[in-house]
Design a protein around this ligand. Sequence first.
Ligand code: NAD
Length: 350
Amino acid sequence: MDLFTLPDFDGHEQVLFGHDPATGLRAIIAIHSTALGAAAGGCRMWPYPSSDEALTDALRLSRGMSYKNAMAELDLGGGKAVILGDARVHKSPALFAAFGRLVDTLGGRYITAEDVGTTTVDMQQVATTTRFVSGLARGRGEVGGDPGPKTALGVFLGIQAAVRFQLGRSLDGLTVAVQGLGGVGQPLCRLLVAEGARLLVADARAEQAERVREELGATVVPAQTLLEQPAEVFAPCALGAILNAQSIPRLRARVVAGAANNQLACANDGEALMRAGILYAPDYVINAGGIINVAHEYRGGSTEVAVRAAIEKIPERLTQIFERARRDTLPTSTVADQMARERLQAGRQG
Ligand code: NAD
């Protein structure tokens, strides 16, 4: 394998492979860009079938973080870590302490946080060996902790903006199909219902859907059929690559706006959505609430009011993207990438 010719290699500044025999840690940290500041992005733990696949994920996700942080107007670059292993089997405090030592060798060029397969408790272990970690459990009144509810707030405001732009109306009386009812999906559902939206929900785990039905009166539908339900908005809050050549023709929604990372299976899918007359809120712009929260926590001295004010810029940014996409007849995903690259370029020159 030649790192520098891999399709997902995008001029990454640094890639670090780490191994700790005592704890079984095998990890890769990819730093895509520090043009705007220290590279920030979570640590994913996943049972990758091979280190090639883990590397591909680290390269792709770290580039995504550069774009996300640039669009969120954070003084942060893009990075990501992956730990090869099954989070249900291979976790131990010692493993996360070893991961912290690996992060620490970078001297602050990379700041880690929780991600898929890791939690604030794991990050507490990481914090025993490095200070370059965020997303830690916090006390009352302190900024930070679980980023899920903050991501949900940004997604909610983004859905409002997309509905206003595409349908010229509020959420009251409108139907939103929410796929995935975890750390982001559930708080999102609460915000939507408070604005008068009706919910169609699905989760691979029946008990999650049941909880939302009981609490919010949502209608539960089988996960395989959610895409084709009659809803104005489809909010993917589960897996990536949900928007693809098979799923897009089945969609009945006029707006797709949700928290999941990497929603488009490939770049062409952004074009397919545009052609189908569906307004797509680019994932890394609408789901930036969590990283905004993490950034404020990491810097310290911030307040809930400041975090909220930063998250409230997400709908403005999305509206700028929607307007530019309409003006230039381009997919919103293409416009978001263009804007992110412009910001990175300005950072490199600045
Ligand atoms: P989570 O693991 O807490 O919840 C995901 C939920 O999706 C689970 O309940 C799971 O059972 C369900 N699910 C999985 N496959 C499904 C399927 N095929 N159909 C229906 N449901 C399915 O994750 P989360 O923290 O809520 O994050 C959701 C998404 O948002 C992920 O893609 C994540 O990468 C992204 N995201 C999260 C944050 C954050 O702050 N947590 C920030 C940015 C992006």
